[in-house]
Each structure stands twice: as C-alpha cells, then as structure tokens.
Design a protein around this ligand. Structure first.
Ligand SMILES: [Zn+2]
Length: 396
C-alpha cells in the first residue's frame, strides 16, 4: 500500500483516523495533506502530529499563506546571479522547476541576505503548490509533488561555497514541505560532480537522495522518458521554444563559463617514463579528484601513503605506499577520465601516469587535480564555509 489516499493498508487507515481525531476544527486539513505528514513519518502518528503542528505554527508566524500576494523577493538581484524558472510539467503532471545551477554566480549569491534567500525559496515552493492545484484541475488527477531540474553545466568546486545555504534550504523542505519532492534531475554533470555529490550526501536524507536522477553530459535525452518533448525546453532536449525563451537568460558573465578550460595543466611523458603528482590530504574525509585527457593510451593509477601520527614523522619514509587503484590503460578518448579517491586517513596520494611500456612514443596529458576538503558540518559564516584549499605538493 502506497500510503496515498485510496491506497491505504489497515494500519495506515487506523493511523489516519487517529491523526484526524487528535486535530481540532482549526487544524484539520484535507486527507492528502495529513497523509503527506504521515508518510514522511512512516505513519507514526505522534511524529506526524508534531511535524504538522510545527508546520502550521511556522506558516502562521511567517505569514506563508499570504506570501504569494507579494512580489517574489530578490527578483532584481537574481537576474545577475542565476537563471531559473517554472516551465510546464512532466508526464505525471508534476510542475517543473528548472535551474542553471552550474552557472550560478556563487560569490554573489552568498552575499545576499540569508532571510531573503530563504523567503524566495519558500515563495517558489508555494508557487509550485499553487501550480499543482491548477494542474490537478486541468488534468483531472491529484498532483501533489513537483520536479526539479538542475543543469550543472559549468559547475566547479566554487559551488561548495553555497553548500551551507543549500543545506539550510533542504532542511526547511524536509521540515515544512514533507513529501512534496517528486524527482530531482541533476543533468549535464561534469567531472567535479562526484565530489560535490558526496558533500551534498551529508545533508540530504536517504529518501531525498533516492529521488535524484543524475544524467551526465550527453545523457540529457533520457529526460524524454519523463517529459513530453513539447513540455521540455529545447536546451534540455525537448522541443519547446517559448517566445522570449523558455527560461530567463543566463547572466552574461556566467554564460560562457562552461567553455572555460578546466584542464589547466599539460605534460608530455616520454617513452619509458612516468609522471607522478602528489597531493596531501591533511584531514579525515579529504578526497583527491582528477580529470585528464591523454593523446594515446596510458596506464593510470593512484598510490597512497598514510601520514604517521605526530611523534614519528622521522619514520614516515618507512611506511610503504600502497596501490589504491590498479594501474589500468586509458585510451585516447574525447571524454576526459575523471574520478576521485578518499583515503582512509590523512596522508599523501600520488597519481601515477605510466608510459613505461612504450619504447618509442610519448603521450601528452592535460589534467586538473585537486584536494577537496571534507564538507564542514559546522555553521560557518560566509567567507570560510569550510572551503580551505590545500596547496599542491608536486614531485615530478
Ligand atoms: Zn518553453
């Protein structure tokens, strides 16, 4: 039994009856609404009741019922920071919200007043719920969830500066908008994405994560499994081409970000040679991430040497490095080789490109490597946000 109206098991029905019986005339709402809170709490009536009452209080204290009567906060500022908008709905009638997340001016975003960003986010949620009601009427079927589409084109580790903000918004959704998210499509993901995703995993609950569909660059056509072509903007693989653009324009200074070179270093490895690049992970949870292209097939792998405890630094050289990834040949390919490794403890990770097997020819690799710090869970103010990049230690 799904726990939706009309599809309730006996225990679910009993929980719903009990939930209704403890609500007063003023707090009682439509069955669909109560069921969302019950589902979010696995039909634990006490938990659902507490969350429901907290939501009613939050809505009253913040005038949420009147929010859509007022203009959306920060519209003027956001025009120069990011492009996002509401556009049609998916095959199930769920209203869609599109966002060019990867081309957001994160530096400018985190300068905006937090209370206004939160209010804008709530305004968007309320707008989506209003659209659900309209669509329900239009298609004659109850729609109570929405879909989000995040285009990650151009995304870089700068996005991590906004993680604390995303975390706050996700928490708000989980508390006051339970069971409203139908699907989150994360499309056009680039090499940096696995690392960002790992950080986001820290604050997204497993339920939310299970609703995410990640589509790499080149896989965007898969959106058509969920959308009719005419309701999907052509930039997202559909056929819709609304006059004036399906979505607001991407801010000028962010528009060409995706074309900026991300492979910043280049090196030619001669025959019977290797190239090694070492990076230090100083804290538990730090990861080494890489992205490279090669002119011809080459072996690639990673070794790791743990850092000794304080007091035996002179013995560090006695600890042998171990292979954490097997050296495997990577052939010449248009799409870069990407990946990341999170060592079990602090230490030195060494990336190795091995051309020892080649007697005559050299290979040219272009690469970008970095250390991503473990997402900082503490509430830090703008400016630090747990982003502390390490300098690169290089041994060639
Ligand atoms: Zn359109």
């Amino acid at each position: 039994m799904s726990g939706y109206s009309g599809d309730l098991s006996k225990t679910q029905q009993l929980a719903l009856n009990e939930f209704k019986s403890i609500l007063t005339k003023d707090t009682l709402a439509e069955e669909e609404n109560l069921l969302r809170f019950l589902r979010a709490r696995s039909f634990d009536v006490d938990g659902a009741y507490r969350q429901y009452m907290a939501t009613l209080k939050w809505r009253k204290d913040n005038g949420i019922d009147q929010l859509l009567d007022k203009p959306r906060p920060l519209d003027k500022e956001m025009k120069n920071i990011m492009s996002s908008g509401f556009h049609s709905y998916d095959k199930q009638g769920r209203p869609a919200y599109f966002e060019y997340t990867g081309r957001t001016d994160v530096q400018a975003l985190i300068q905006l007043p937090l209370d206004q960003i939160i209010r804008r986010h709530v305004w968007n949620c309320e707008k989506q719920i209003a659209r659900m009601k309209e669509i329900s009427q239009e298609i004659g079927k109850n729609v109570e969830t929405m879909v989000h589409i995040h285009d990650m084109t151009g995304a870089s580790q700068v996005l991590r500066k906004a993680l604390n903000l995303f975390k706050k918004l996700a928490k708000l959704d989980q508390e006051y908008y339970p069971e409203r998210m139908g699907k989150i499509f994360i499309v056009n993901t680039t090499w940096i994405f696995p690392v960002l995703w790992k950080c986001a995993g820290v604050f997204l609950d497993s339920k939310t994560r299970s609703k995410c569909v990640v589509l790499k660059t080149g896989e965007i056509k898969k959106l058509l499994e969920y959308f009719d072509p005419e309701s999907l903007p052509k930039e997202f693989g559909g056929s819709c081409n609304c006059e004036g653009g399906c979505l607001p324009p991407i801010p000028k200074h962010m528009r060409f970000l995706s074309e900026a070179p991300s492979l910043t270093e280049q090196y030619t490895i001669g025959p019977k040679e290797t190239l090694e690049k070492s990076l230090e992970c100083t804290n538990d949870g730090d990861s080494v991430a890489w992205c490279f292209t090669t002119s011809k097939d080459i072996k690639f792998g990673v070794t790791f040497k743990p850092k000794p405890h304080s007091g035996w630094s002179d013995k560090m050289n006695d600890i042998p490095a171990i292979w954490v990834l097997d050296v495997e040949p990577k052939s010449e390919n248009d799409s870069p080789v990407t990946g990341y490794y999170t060592p079990p403890c602090p230490g030195i990770c060494t990336l190795v490109w091995d051309n020892l097997d080649s007697k005559w020819s050299s290979r040219t690799i272009k690469f970008n490597i970095l250390v991503e710090k473990e997402a900082n869970d503490s509430e830090e103010e703008n400016g630090s946000n747990g982003i502390k990049r390490l300098s690169t230690v290089t041994y060639v």
